[in-house]
Design a protein. Sequence first.
Length: 317
Amino acid sequence: MIRFLAGRLAGLVAVLLVTSVVVFGTLHLAPGDPVTFLLHGRPASPETVAALRAEHHLDDPLAVQYGKWLGGVLSGDFGRSAQYHQDVTALLGSRLPGTALLVGYSALLVAVLGVGAGVLAALRPGLLDRTVLIGTGVATATPSFVTAIALVSLFSVQLGWFPGPGGGAAGGLGPRLHQLTLPALALALTFAGLLARVTRSAMLDEMGREHVEVARARGVAGRSVVRRHVLRNALGPVVTVGGTMLAGLLIGTAIVETAFDVPGLGSLLVQSVTSQDFAVVQAVTLLSVAAFVLVNLAVDLLAPLIDPRLSPGEGSS
């Protein structure tokens, strides 16, 4: 386990290092002078241009620029936003809680809806099973922005149960969750459909195992068989796929936050790409990659605890 953990941590560092090189290089691979992007096409005096080049170390060799930028990142300094005129670290700190709450809410919906629908489909073959398969197929095939439009049209415009994009209270946890219900649903439904199918498949696979047949032959109650022998053993692949989906939720926030005007990291990334605010784009991209790798590492560590038949490293394979 120690050797596995050391190897995964080394891999984590390597992935983040390569990502940092790619992210840093985006500003310099783009055609034109980087100062042009920093000025957003505005006219500037030679003194202003010189000050910008000095501030961003653009006159240094590329390797030196990368070293200085990476040193700042490691110390928590991602630079300054050209669009918002404030430190990127402070900007990310103000947007992170909204995204974290949205992802957490969506993850809870994915777990409840996905696992619940998958278990029902596995235990109730026939009409209910076919209904779940059709419903999850539709949810999986529907893009998040289409789901967002449908949810707003039904639950916000027609029924008035939830606020529309940009609306609602911003007070305590209750009002915030009420405001984020539609965005969380739009983000969660696709992943819930996928998780339901994985849960159903894992449940059906476990129900055909020999030890399950033996337990039933010995007269063990049906609910006990499902809980102790079927669902418990089926949780391994469910948790593995669910962990990967959690990382996917982080990426999906860009579309959903923009559609619902939620002030989070996803909408910030879209706005920064549009305005060519490279310091913010670099920071959000690095954080997203780091979160993705850390989630996969956590899944690899948890999988053997949930399913002892798995060895460390099989969780995300």
